[in-house]
Design a protein around this ligand. Structure first.
Ligand SMILES: Cc1cc2nc3c(=O)[nH]c(=O)nc-3n(C[C@H](O)[C@H](O)[C@H](O)COP(=O)(O)OP(=O)(O)OC[C@H]3O[C@@H](n4cnc5c(N)ncnc54)[C@H](O)[C@@H]3O)c2cc1C
Length: 373
């Protein structure tokens, strides 16, 4: 297709996922048109804690997507010269009861088979990695060195520039207002475009964009907030501390300047989550950080998390009349960790190629089954 109002692949959304799809698809010779309502990477992608991790407890398939994405980020950097800001951070996952430790241990072999590097630590070794922890409250810990700080804006700009270099039309300031799943006609604020395939990568708005096409895409936006403690060091910073995560409570911390950045990984449609989260973080934090017993927490920034019922993304092709529609959305707080592979999977699905990854955990059927359970 060569006319200006049509493209082989029309992508809706220019965050880290949509721009990754655009880059890998254009690189493969696909005629791409990407439509973004605002500025590239300025929505959920700009709200992240800027962390990239390759271990997702209980989800070896997410670890695999992230581990393969890391290799792709490195290849992208090497090919294009773009500095993605990858800087060592490390992930310390802690268990605070023998049962939690046993559960995490059970799936270690699956994560290792998926390529995640994991070392089991004693409480004393965990405290060596993060001296603010209380060894008495930690039962076991798991160390993943392949967790990094990244620069989302550099990733997005790199993908936009790379996609354009390979001939993609990447257009900001255009809102998609309608999608005809049968014909591939995409209505926008500047007119209509037709795609042989239409890819939805609209982040938390993907459910709403799916609805424009009459499709039930089980992704929604959830309010999310990150918190700062008061500054804890007067000299230097806490950047050397690893990303520290307690999967059961969902509490996660990392150093940012002289303060801790604190988040709570919980997914719920419950009303009033902001106050519930804040209170939960206040109660949880001193359980493992005794020195933070009376510390004040304040809002660092808020955002909209891209969530699904399975807490993993939904990636694939529509069925039953929606075959023209591809989707990659609902990365549930780890879009940076999975963007390269998500882009390659959508490219392959568009080309009718096997993406060589088991998409079952990301399928509509899996997500719908979870919602019905
Ligand atoms: C507080 C917070 C902290 C986070 N921390 C991390 C982290 O440390 N590491 C990590 O990996 N992930 C993190 N995440 C999650 C991460 O931000 C997301 O998984 C990721 O950004 C999703 O990228 P996306 O491209 O799907 O969505 P987005 O970045 O939201 O991009 C979607 C785009 O679609 C556009 N769009 C929507 N509707 C339309 C329309 N109708 N027409 C045209 N364009 C449209 C939007 O403008 C937007 O730019 C965090 C999220 C939050 C909220």
């Amino acid at each position: 297709m060569s006319d200006r109002n049509s493209a082989e692949l029309v992508i809706i959304g220019g965050g880290v996922i949509g721009t990754s799809i655009a880059y890998y698809s254009a690189q493969a010779g696909i005629d791409v048109l990407l439509l973004e309502q605002g500025e590239f990477g300025a929505a959920t992608t700009a709200q992240t804690a800027r962390a990239f991790r390759t271990y997702f407890p209980r989800k070896p398939y997410d670890s695999e997507l992230a581990r393969r994405s890391l290799a792709e980020y490195r290849a992208f950097s090497a090919e294009t010269g773009v500095d993605l800001g990858l800087a060592d951070l490390g992930l310390l996952t802690i268990a605070t009861s023998p049962q939690q430790a046993a559960e995490l241990e059970t799936d270690l072999p699956f994560h290792r088979a998926a390529g995640a590097e994991l070392e089991q630590l004693t409480p004393a070794q965990a405290v060596e990695r993060n001296p603010w922890l209380d060894a008495d409250t930690v039962t076991a810990a798991f160390w993943n060195p392949h967790t990094y700080r990244v620069k989302p804006e550099a990733i997005v700009q790199g993908y936009v520039d790379g996609a354009r270099k390979h001939g993609a039309r990447v257009v900001g300031g255009v809102t998609v207002t309608g999608v005809d799943a049968e014909t591939g006609v995409v209505g926008t604020t500047i007119g209509e475009f037709t795609g042989r395939t239409v890819a939805i990568a609209a982040g938390p708005a993907s459910g709403a964009v799916g609805k424009l096409a009459g499709m039930d895409l089980p992704v929604w936006g959830q309010f999310a907030e990150l918190l700062f403690t008061d500054p804890q060091v007067s000299d230097g910073d806490l950047h050397h501390l690893p990303f520290t995560f307690h999967p059961v409570s969902g509490l996660k911390t990392m150093g940012m300047g002289g303060q801790f950045l604190v988040g709570l990984e919980r997914i719920s449609k419950q009303e009033g989550m902001r106050d519930i989260w804040f209170q939960a973080a206040v109660e949880e934090l001193p359980k493992w950080y005794p020195q933070l017993q009376n510390v004040r927490l304040r809002s660092a920034w808020t955002g909209t998390l891209d969530v699904t019922a399975t807490k993993s993304a939904v990636i694939g092709r529509g069925e039953d009349g929606f075959e023209r529609i591809l989707f990659a959305a609902g990365f549930c707080g780890h879009g940076l960790a999975q963007a390269p592979l998500a882009g390659q999977i959508v490219r392959d699905l568009h080309l009718g190629k096997d993406p060589e990854i088991d998409l079952t955990p990301y399928s509509l059927a899996t997500h719908r089954a979870r919602l019905e359970a």
